[in-house]
Design a protein around this ligand. Structure first.
Ligand code: GLU
Ligand code: ZN
Length: 470
């Protein structure tokens, strides 16, 4: 069997971690089997779909390197094809026109509720003769089998059975002639010869309806896998509506695609206790049996941990990501320490590329710091001027410029002036980088260079003079 999987997002929002997991598992399974992965944009709900979201979906998948073999297909461009199938179904008694307006439908519903029944379309138009001619508006409904069962073997959850009596005669074409979601999915899955449908468990109830349509059209039924929901830390389902966790935001924050994918693969799938997986390993090891049926909880800390791991184990191709990231932020790597030095000395402290950027941009830019008055009010005394003047003198004298010697000066000052290291370092930090930073100050001074460091201390001293006069 030639394996074909698909990712079929609706462009009604940005992609979140649940969507990416669906896409990634489908991608992995196709790759593992030398099959084909298809991208399909399900945009028939015109009022909720937007081009901006479609573009973002494509951008996100590209960023994550989840390449597709076919597509993107846009359902909105295939309306004629769906309508052809609907006409075929009408002709062959697989579907019928329903003329019930909302008033009729409401009455049916009310009566059913009064009788204590589950509200459902009562199939009254099913018996209208095909030859009946009317200019009234209608929808097209699928003739769902009246009795019997429909079942499928979910690759994650095992056998799932539905009674046909529970299923409505699904509307497959709206009054405006536009086919409905469940119908388009089926037609496209047939059209693309999809063998494995991997999607969220919110689609389980659609599956028996879709299988019935597939059967009516004598099409092969694909394998289905429904993935459990991802919950946020408040144990609410991660969704477009209640979580604005757009993956592209993570790109902006400086997460690496590998970290995102590694994180996502473990959201519901495992291989023993292994946490770190290369893409190759994921392709080899992925299987449906090891997907959990219970919901997973989105854990930002773990994602950060993985991102830190990947930042500190950059491969050659990911080094380019870093280069581009810095370039976008207008960092000219030629005007300061080399990328390798940055990676060696600063990456071990950083969880995201943004953090890395914040630690190093001062080496490349001539930025004049806007001193934070709050810090100065809380941490600066007349003593500060004294500390900085002494430090300036010692640093100026230093001939052998290395991190160790810089640290020695700071330590010596602390002893001589009898002031804690913390109090010595605080104003130096403000002077050099304008923030109360966590990375070792001697590293910062070293990479900033003697000239620039001295200049910055001088500038801060000048500022403090005015500050104290005020
Ligand atoms: N368009 C659906 C969604 O975004 C997915 C449909 C499917 O995978 O069958 O939830
Ligand atoms: Zn009707």
């Amino acid at each position: 069997m030639f394996i074909k999987t698909r990712f079929a997002p609706s462009p009604t929002g940005d992609l979140h971690f649940g969507n990416i997991r669906t896409a990634f598992y489908s991608w992995l399974y196709a790759k593992q089997n030398n099959g084909s992965f298809i991208l399909r944009i399900e945009d028939t709900d015109i009022s909720r779909s937007s081009d901006v979201f479609s573009k973002n979906i494509i951008k996100t998948l590209k960023w994550l390197n989840l390449d597709w073999n076919e597509g993107p297909y846009f359902q909105s461009k295939r309306i004629n094809d769906y309508q052809k199938v609907i006409n075929f179904m009408l002709k062959n008694d697989l579907a019928y026109k329903c003329y019930c307006n909302s008033e009729v439908l409401n009455t049916i519903k009310k009566n059913q509720i009064l009788k204590g029944e589950k509200p459902k379309y009562d199939k009254r138009c099913r018996s209208i003769k095909k030859s009946f001619q009317s200019f009234n508006k209608y929808v097209v409904r699928f003739k769902n089998p009246i009795s019997g069962k429909v079942s499928f073997n979910d690759l994650v959850r095992g056998k799932i059975v539905f009674n046909n009596s529970e299923l409505d005669d699904l509307i497959i074409q709206r009054e405006n002639g536009i086919p409905t979601y469940n119908f388009c999915v089926v037609i496209d899955d047939i059209y693309s010869n999809i063998t494995h449908v991997i999607r969220g468990e919110d689609h389980i109830n659609n599956t028996p309806r879709q299988i019935n349509i597939l059967s009516a059209l004598n099409a092969k039924i694909p394998y289905y896998s429904h993935l459990s929901m991802i919950l946020n830390t408040k144990r609410k389902v991660l969704s477009k509506r209640n979580n604005k966790i757009n993956i592209l935001e993570y790109k902006k924050l400086g997460y690496l695609p590998e970290a995102i994918l590694n994180y996502v693969v473990r959201l519901g799938w495992s291989h023993g206790n292994q946490e770190i997986f290369s893409i190759k390993e994921m392709i080899n090891l992925f299987n449906f049996k090891s997907i959990t049926k219970s919901s997973s909880v989105f854990d930002e800390k773990k994602l950060l941990w993985l991102n830190k791991y990947y930042i500190n184990n950059l491969k050659i191709n990911t080094k380019n990501i870093l280069k581009n990231f810095f370039k976008k932020k207008n960092i000219n790597l030629k005007k300061g320490p080399s990328l390798d030095l940055i990676i060696k000395h600063f990456s071990p402290h950083c969880y995201t590329l943004n953090e890395l950027f914040n630690s190093i941009f001062c080496f490349y830019k001539k930025l004049n710091i806007n001193y934070n008055k709050k810090w100065i009010n809380n941490g600066v005394t007349k003593n500060t001027v004294f500390i900085l003047k002494n430090f300036y003198k010692e640093l100026n004298k230093l001939l052998n410029w290395n991190m160790n010697n810089i640290l020695k000066i700071i330590k010596k000052l602390s002893v001589i002036l009898n002031i804690s290291l913390k109090k010595i370092i605080f104003p130096i930090r403000i002077a050099l980088i304008g923030s109360s930073y966590s990375i070792s100050i001697n590293k910062i001074i070293f990479f900033m260079g003697k000239k620039k460091s001295l200049k910055k201390i001088k500038r801060f001293l000048k500022y403090l003079k005015k500050f104290f006069i005020k």
